[in-house]
Design a protein around this ligand. Structure first.
Ligand code: GDP
Length: 302
């Protein structure tokens, strides 16, 4: 268990929080992710090429915060399924003019199951029809009661359109993170989670990862499920080549031999030989599982 190992590690130091944004369709997940990013792009990087690589890090008063930049809960589900649960805090977006909808109920359940703390973003507060009290009432019925109603969930009124309330949201994330006392050891070989991956023209397989523990460096031998290789390049969300990334930070990794699935663990190992062996074992294991699955379904078909 990584969390336990890190807790016991005397070299573990504070790490930034990793945030996932969930909510009903059209309630503003994408708008909120874009608004936070464009409001917080550091001076000097503004005007540079911003790429959507699946995750990004912004700073609030010099404190980094990493967002998983894929709206919805598909990436979250993929990571949980594979035990690479990188999300520390979940933001549930509810449009203040629309209230709790079926997918809101779904993500409330997912959030409760995960045990991660929740912050509710009351979005679209710029609209005349916004009714935050209605939303608070509906959310309370689902066991998410606002602090100002005597509960323990922060509700932050905001607008992804005007930018109102974004600072409050980021402040609240930092306060929540402080309580969580998040730690990792940057001095060990990296263990990271794949947020998304694809085959890119001229670059081959490219995987966006978030580092959970350790530091991932250019030149590291890596294995990722049945895929392996060596880190040829690390590219950040601004399209810049970087040499290494520490805990809770994100980059695109080039150098794997095949495209890994979302949620897979990507880790650094000590040698090319070890990487090859791990990947091969995993390939055999997956093939065996596939075979036994198809044998079973054939039997069931009979
Ligand atoms: P998603 O499906 O949850 O990712 O929602 P989107 O971010 O795509 O937003 C859905 C629609 O709501 C778009 O037309 C947005 O422009 C609009 N929208 C998002 N946030 C706000 C907001 O704060 N105020 C207003 N007025 N419209 C918003």
């Amino acid at each position: 268990d990584l969390a336990h190992d890190v807790e016991e590690d005397p070299n573990a130091v504070k790490r930034p929080p990793v945030i996932t944004i969930m909510g009903h369709v059209d309630h503003g997940k994408t708008s909120l992710l874009d608004a936070i990013r464009s409001a917080k792009v550091t001076e000097g990087e503004a005007g540079g090429i911003t790429q959507h690589i699946g995750a990004y890090t912004v700073e609030q008063h010099g404190e980094p915060i990493t967002f998983i930049d894929t709206p919805g809960h598909a990436a979250f589900g993929a990571m949980r399924q594979r035990g690479t649960d990188v999300t520390d805090i979940i933001i549930i977006v509810v449009a203040a003019d629309d209230g709790v909808k079926p997918q809101t109920e779904e993500v409330i359940k997912i959030a409760k199951d995960s045990g991660a703390p929740v912050i509710v973003a009351l979005n679209k507060m710029d609209k005349e029809t916004a009714n935050p009290d209605l939303v608070k009432g509906q959310m309370a019925e689902h066991g998410m009661t606002s602090v100002d109603w005597g509960g323990d969930v922060e509700f932050i009124p905001l607008s992804a359109k005007t930018g109102m309330g974004l600072d409050d949201l980021l402040e609240n994330i930092l306060i929540t993170a402080e309580v969580l006392d998040l730690k990792a050891n940057p001095k060990v070989p990296a263990k990271s989670a794949v947020v998304e991956a694809s085959l890119e023209k001229g670059r081959g397989p490219v995987a966006t990862v978030i580092v959970q523990n350790g530091t991932l460096k250019v030149g590291d031998n890596i294995v990722c499920g049945s895929s392996y290789g060596r880190v040829k390049a690390l590219i950040d969300e601004n399209g810049k080549q970087i040499k290494s990334i520490g805990p809770s930070h994100t980059a695109q990794v080039a150098g794997l031999d095949t495209v890994p699935p979302s949620g897979e663990v990507l880790m650094a190992v000590s040698s090319d030989k070890e990487a090859k062996e791990y990947a091969h074992k995993r390939y055999e294991y997956d093939r065996h599982k596939e075979l036994s699955k198809s044998t079973k379904s054939t039997l069931e078909d009979m």
